[in-house]
Unconditional design. Structure first.
Length: 561
């Protein structure tokens, strides 16, 4: 059916009116978001098919789901007989029905959302020349590689983002705004490494001032040369976790994209990683991004309670079930109805509790201690451990059938020493928080302090980093915060880039040397007791033993050695 002989339905609730500028469609799917420019005149198909002008990574969308027609400055949407239908502002269209869209109209296609926008000149004035999005794309198309395109989205007090960008960007960088607190930056002459450094620096500065940040970067010619392609590439940054956090490491970015996909499901999740690596933060994000976000989120550390207390906390008890049970108590699993339960250190769970938890996972019912009738529960389980559960199963310490139930999908959180791009932004965030608690202004890190932070192996991961920063602000004077104030026992001189423009030397050797010194010092102080040394370092004993094997220290190191 042609466009000309179809009946057009205009939704009267949305006033129409042509405006100067070029139409764009912002598409949001489970895998991210992207922006597509519509032709000045013509058509564009939306769908799952490879030949679609706007391709949806969405199994609920049809291969040819809908069509957009731009004519005379107006945009018309046509449903192409899609299997799951097309909705505009909450109203589902009939097959092949047409609707004239207005600016800001939201279109639902499968599980995806498309929003119609227009690029127009902002009336705001800025310390720099603020361009429209369309002019930004034109300038990007005229710029010769290498150059970078950055997208920065900021939630902060008015004027803060502009102040930081004005201070950090060069006179050659160009800025456009595509929404409140949302900026595109064209940075000519920047290599991929320099562009990434700029993005990290901007993010760190903004976070240090109390802003929440999402940022992405793409460079030409590595990520393409077409401006629309580059903008799309940098428009899908990893979703940052709760307030203040910045995701900069590639592995963490991939992890949070996976969190976005896993969170809406009901599958059990097992979080793996070293002590202090941020498993509870990730568990919180899984709940916050799930369909249970409005329900309770309850946490329990399985290693912190005795067997009897753990059983009572998990399942509850009846009055008189045991000595001290003076009244009936609802268990954690019952009280979390409609929400999520986070069981940390699940590898420490006693065998008797493992058997009861297995039954709960299979039947979705819980029986209080001393009760005869089970209660149905509706909860989502998130587990975490720093143990190798497969090894625990092999030696008989953890039930194999429970492991398969717990491990619906496992997410591995890399240690901080493997995500060095996040050390400085996190350190600045913790410094800002510590300064607020101490009711003082946050000092600036000295270059040797930054170098030392980057060189330290962080055996206790993020938890150790936060503790170091909390302590160091008490030791810092009125000037900058130095390496000495960090109290790590080392001071690393910042390495300068070679005159030829090469990258700064890798700090791997310095980190490994510092880690070895930290391990040896802990063993010295504990007279070779590996368990106590591991506690001092903030790592599991298994991690410590693996480090001793790595360094060829197979025997406990005692003071007399």
């Amino acid at each position: 059916m042609s466009v000309a002989n179809q009946e057009t339905v205009r939704l009267a609730s949305k006033p129409q009116g042509a405006r100067a500028g070029r139409w764009r469609v912002v598409v949001v799917t489970e895998s991210g978001s992207a922006s597509f420019a519509l032709p000045v005149e013509g058509t564009m198909t939306i769908g799952r098919g490879d030949d679609a002008g706007i391709r949806l990574d969405d199994t609920a969308a049809s291969r040819k789901h809908a069509q957009l027609v731009v004519s005379g400055g107006a945009v018309t949407l046509i449903d192409l007989g899609s299997a799951n239908g097309t909705s505009v502002r909450g109203r589902k269209l009939a097959a092949h029905e047409q609707v004239v869209l207005g600016e800001g109209d939201a279109v639902e296609l499968g599980t995806s959302l498309a929003v119609l926008q227009i690029d127009e000149l902002s009336a705001s004035t800025r310390p720099w020349n603020l361009h429209t999005h369309q002019r930004f794309l034109e300038l990007a198309g005229e710029t010769k590689p290498p150059f970078a395109v950055l997208r920065v989205q900021v939630i902060a007090p008015p004027g803060l983002a502009q102040e930081v960008l004005s201070a950090e960007l060069s006179p050659h960088d160009l800025v456009a705004s595509f929404g409140p607190g949302q900026f595109e930056i064209l940075a000519p002459g920047r290599s991929p490494e320099a562009a990434k450094t700029l993005m990290e620096k901007l993010s760190a500065r903004l976070v240090a001032r109390g802003a929440r940040v999402r940022a992405g970067v793409a460079t030409a010619p590595r990520d393409g040369s077409d401006p629309d392609m580059l903008v799309a590439a940098c428009s899908r940054p990893a979703s940052a976790p709760t307030e203040g956090f910045v995701v900069r490491d590639d592995a963490m970015g991939a992890l949070y994209r996976l969190v976005d996909r896993v969170a809406p499901s009901q599958i059990n999740v097992l979080l793996l990683g070293e002590t202090g690596v941020g498993k509870e933060v990730l568990a919180t994000e899984l709940h916050r991004r799930s369909k249970r976000a409005s329900g309770p989120f309850l946490r329990l550390n399985c290693a912190a309670l005795t067997e009897s207390l753990l059983e009572s906390e998990l399942f509850g008890h009846e009055k008189g079930a045991f000595t001290g049970a003076i009244k009936q108590k609802q268990g954690l699993l019952e009280s979390a109805q409609g929400g999520s339960v986070f069981l940390d250190e699940v590898g420490e769970m006693p065998a008797s509790i493992q058997a009861k938890l297995l039954r709960v996972l299979e039947e979705r019912k819980v029986t209080r201690v001393g009760a005869t009738a089970p209660q149905a529960i509706d909860v989502r389980f998130i587990f975490a451990t720093n143990r190798d559960l497969e090894a625990e199963v092999a030696r008989g310490a953890f039930r194999a059938d429970l492991y398969f139930r717990v491990n619906g999908i496992s997410l591995v959180i890399p240690p901080l020493r493997e995500r060095t791009a996040e050390i400085e932004p996190l350190a600045r965030q913790f410094l800002s928080e510590a300064a607020k608690r101490e009711t003082r202004s946050a000092p600036e890190f000295s270059p040797d302090a930054i170098a030392t932070l980057m060189a330290w192996p962080w055996p206790g991961n993020i938890r150790e980093l936060k503790n170091v920063i909390d302590r160091s602000i008490l030791m810092a004077g009125e000037g900058s915060l130095t390496a000495e104030a960090l109290g790590l026992g080392i001071s690393v001189t910042p390495r300068r880039e070679a005159a030829s423009g090469g990258q700064a030397s890798n700090l791997r050797d310095e980190r490994e040397a510092a880690e070895k010194r930290a391990v040896l010092e802990a063993l010295e102080k504990t007279d070779g007791n590996q368990t106590k040394a591991a506690q001092m370092l903030g790592v599991s004993r298994r991690t410590l033993v693996s480090r001793l094997q790595q360094y060829g220290l197979t025997k406990p190191r005692k003071k007399s050695d």
